[in-house]
Ligand binder design. Structure first.
Ligand code: PHE
Ligand code: ZN
Length: 868
């Protein structure tokens, strides 16, 4: 079981810098889109399942596509398939496939409809890419988005080819699932035409947690969550989330479920979070299985959000899909936008918005400011799997939020109804999407479209002026260059603004200013005195706001802003200012920040979750990002120690009041996964973390002993590890949780995240030699290797050890699972921020990866883009 390691060694000389990637795979261009020359009316698939010799027969009923140029060849995609039989209308054909597919020349194709039949052989057991048909823990399962179906059979594997599917299978497995409605054991009929990326098949020894849902028109739907025997007691929260999602989509969007059955399957080996296959969603088991003892509050919140996300895809993604993969944000941005609103409705909109913006800045702003920046709708790609990014998903959702801010709630509702009416059953584009908004609201969205086509985060600079009762805000926008996009036109940016007077009363309620020019002034009349502006309320646009503002003003907004997002943001900006100044110039933590945070922390009228967020200092990567944006070269070690010093200062300031806060936030009684109880746990842990700086972890020890949820147990362990007192606790935790894969992922991750910067490479390396480090399992690989990248000071340690270790592992993983290797390589995307030595170290590792023989297209593209 011990993996064969290429041990990273300090002594190894730095590889010589090679010029660029060895091969340059072909880029696919949006401008080259052509419809497929044939329509596919119906697909009949039969699977004779076998671990290494599965036979797939496909019967494809084609007709010429009247929208395409006649007389074209038929090109079918296919990879790693052994072709055993090929016939057209019953006549055997002798064409030989190449490495990526099969061409049937026009001369062999009739003018009218025809049936193409193939039989291929595939080997699910040896398919370690987790793309196509593969095996996980003894069960057969599939992953077809974006281009996995071509590893199952020869097919026009593109989202604009939509067909009705019938599926049968031959296997001993007791549970046999596919899309649509069941017509017998292992027989399924899907009445809704769909692209191949939504196909799914599962066969295994599984058990179901079942329920039912009655739709708004009174149809009863069977609901099942399939898991491995023994896990059936861990599905209740996922099921509850599913039922609430189904109800919400009816109430808020008027969208009803459209099959008799909805199945979810949890699998342990999965590259992503989950997948919206029609009627058969497949989930990474960590986003399904939860008990209070094993799942944290964050896990519960993510399960709820992802269950909703995949369910919502049934309309935004499945009923209306994407014409081509450049339009990925059409389904993902919209579905993220929908799941964010759902979570807000279930929990707290204020807290959800703050968390979403934190994630946006941490992942999307980071991406948008570096060599991997790309438009929400890119116009070229080499490997589409590299574009399942924070930009497509999270910025894609922000763009929809802005659209809604511009057209209003009513306009949004009208546009969405028109979208569903007009495009149901179609494969649509961003142009179609914007057109429904134009037609429904009469608004011209030409300028708005820049949000889809231009990469990079706009910078807004705001200045103000007050004279004779007239208050003027002047806003300027700068759209920075991005890879391949030098000059940018100004965007239309909704800037939500409110004005407060010096007593904290709101004199101008939230107003959306529409910035359309490079520089624009907005006037407010009749004010008695100079107001305090609250700008970009609710984070109304994904921009970086720059405004000279005093600590007093920020503290004032933290105390008085009526907009909860901006209230938090004021405290955040203040903390960031202090921290950045500390990194650059050193010195004490200013009293005004300490007092302001203290006030919020102990304000019983505020939501504990909000208070916990205010207590949380900006992370080290975030500080590095901001320092870089402000023209400094971030020093990871200096950031690390400044942040710790600031935490220590805060702990000292709050010292006397922390024990009472910690005691008062205990949550006795049975576990409640709801947002209120979770918020109390979050605040309590934040207080315990500060307390540990004063008592060496004694309070956290007690908390760990008394924990009655994974949130408390893991939270306390993290605190102990953070103050260097966690070794015994970590060992005990491991003994206790040895048999639980998902909990052990947390254990692995925490060792790395909490490691001191000068020890993280060594600790990570040791963990990769642990017998339980199953590196082919993406969750386990991520727990260790992605955590290395998220330990900012450790990853960027001047020795370069962590860079080398990461590169070694990417090279090792690439031939086994190129998607996950490529995704993990984004740890290197921030290299341009750092000093010349670190830049050279990272570039050398990227060059070493690029020079590896037979590197995947996935990783080749990523490394090539990062090297520029
Ligand atoms: N479409 C999936 C989701 O919702 C993500 C995914 C992409 C899963 C590719 C697997 C493979 O969001
Ligand atoms: Zn999605």
């Amino acid at each position: 079981m011990v993996p064969d390691l290429t041990t990273p060694s300090r002594e190894r000389p730095l590889p010589v810098q090679t010029s660029s990637v060895q091969t340059s795979p072909q880029a696919i261009l949006l401008a080259d889109y052509q419809p497929f020359p044939f329509l596919l009316d119906h697909v009949a698939l039969h699977f004779k399942l076998h671990p290494t010799q599965t036979r797939v027969t496909a019967r494809l009923s084609f007709a010429p596509n009247p929208a395409a140029k006649p007389g074209q060849d038929m090109r079918l995609d296919g990879e790693n398939l052994i072709l055993h039989a090929l016939s057209l209308d019953g006549r055997t054909l002798a064409h030989t496939p190449d490495a990526t597919g099969l061409t049937i020349p026009a001369a062999d194709l009739p003018d009218g409809p025809f049936v193409l039949e193939t039989e291929v052989e595939i080997s699910p057991e040896t398919n370690t890419s987790l793309d196509g048909l593969y095996m996980s823990g003894g069960m057969y399962c599939t992953q077809c988005e974006a281009q996995g179906f071509r590893k199952i059979t020869y097919y026009p594997d593109r989202p604009d080819v939509m067909a009705r599917f019938d599926v049968t299978m031959d296997t001993d497995m007791p549970v046999q699932l596919s899309n649509g409605n069941p017509t017998g054991l292992g027989a399924w009929h899907d009445p809704w035409p769909k692209p191949a990326y939504l196909f799914a098949l599962v066969a295994g020894d599984l058990v179901a947690h079942s329920d039912t849902f009655t739709t708004m028109s009174g149809r009863k739907v069977a609901l099942n969550i399939y898991v491995r025997p023994g896990d059936e007691g861990k599905c209740a929260y996922a099921m509850d989330s599913l039922i609430r999602s189904m109800k919400w989509d009816e109430e808020v969007y008027g969208r009803e479920y459209d099959l008799d059955i909805f199945n979810i399957v949890a699998v342990d080996d999965f590259n992503m979070g989950a997948m919206e296959n029609k009627g058969l969603n497949i989930f990474n088991s960590k986003l399904v299985l939860a008990t209070p003892e094993t799942a944290t509050d964050d896990d519960y919140a993510r399960i709820e959000a992802v269950i909703a996300h995949e369910y919502f895809h049934n309309w935004t993604g499945n009923r209306i899909t994407c014409r081509d993969w450049f339009q990925l944000c059409l389904k993902e941005g919209l579905t993220v936008y929908r799941d964010q609103k759902f979570s807000g409705d279930m929990r707290s909109h204020a807290v959800k918005r703050i968390e979403d913006v934190l994630a946006l800045r941490a992942r999307q702003f980071r991406e948008d400011g570096g060599p991997l920046a790309h438009a929400v709708r890119p116009d070229s790609y080499v490997e589409i799997n590299n574009f399942y990014t924070a930009t497509i998903y999270e910025k894609g959702a922000e763009v929809i939020g802005m659209l809604r801010a511009l057209v209003g709630d009513e306009g949004y509702a009208k546009a969405l109804n028109l979208y569903f009416d007009r495009h149901d059953g179609q494969a649509a584009t961003i142009e179609d999407w914007l057109k429904v908004f134009e037609d429904a609201t009469g608004r011209d969205l030409t300028q708005f479209k820049h949000w889809y086509t231009q990469a990079g985060t706009p910078h807004l600079t705001v200045t103000d002026d007050f004279k004779d009762g007239l208050y003027t805000l002047t806003i300027e926008q700068k759209n920075p260059a991005a890879p391949g996009q030098a000059s940018k036109d100004p965007k239309v940016i909704p800037v939500a603004v409110g004005l407060l007077n010096s007593d904290g009363a709101e004199v101008v309620p939230t107003t959306v200013l529409e910035l359309t020019q490079e520089r624009q002034s907005f006037a407010f009349e009749g004010l008695a005195s100079r107001p305090v502006p609250s700008i970009l309320r609710g984070f109304s646009a994904p921009v970086i706001l720059e405004r000279e503002s005093s600590a007093e003003e920020r503290a004032f907004l933290l105390a008085h802003d009526t907009d909860p997002f901006n209230k938090w943001e004021a405290g955040r900006a203040l903390a960031k200012d202090v921290l950045m100044r500390k990194v650059i110039a050193g010195g004490d933590t200013p009293a005004d920040w300490l007092t302001a945070v203290e006030t919020v922390t102990f304000d019983e009228t505020l939501d504990p979750a909000f208070r916990a967020l205010t207590l949380r200092l900006p992370g080290e990567d975030d500080i590095a990002q901001s320092l870089h944006a402000a023209g400094h070269v971030p020093d990871p070690a200096a950031i690390h120690s400044a942040r710790r010093a600031m935490q220590g200062g805060l702990a000292g300031h709050l010292a006397k009041r922390l024990p009472a806060l910690i005691d008062g936030l205990q949550t006795p009684g049975p576990f409640d996964p709801g947002a209120v109880a979770a918020g109390r746990r979050a605040l309590r842990l934040a207080a315990l973390a500060l307390m540990a700086r004063l008592d060496g972890g004694a309070s956290a020890q007690v908390a760990m002993q008394n924990a009655n949820s994974m949130t408390e147990e893991l939270g306390a362990l993290a605190i102990l590890l953070d103050v260097g007192q966690g070794d015994d606790a970590a060992a005990a935790f491991r003994l206790k949780w040895q048999g639980d894969r998902l909990v052990m992922d947390k254990w692995f991750g925490l060792q790395v995240v909490s490691a001191a910067p000068d020890r993280v490479a060594q600790i990570t390396d040791a963990l990769t030699k642990d017998p339980d480090f199953d590196w082919k399992n993406p969750n386990r690989f991520r727990a260790v290797i992605a955590s290395l990248a998220s330990n900012h000071a450790g990853f960027h340690h001047a020795s370069g050890d962590s860079y080398r270790l990461l590169a070694d592992w990417l090279i090792k993983l690439d031939p086994v699972n190129p998607q996950t290797a490529a995704r993990m390589s984004t740890a290197f995307e921030t290299w341009p921020r750092y000093d010349a030595d670190r830049q050279a170290l990272i570039r050398a590792e990227l060059a070493r990866i690029a020079a590896t023989p037979n590197l995947s297209r996935n990783l080749t593209e990523m490394v090539g883009r990062m090297l520029g």
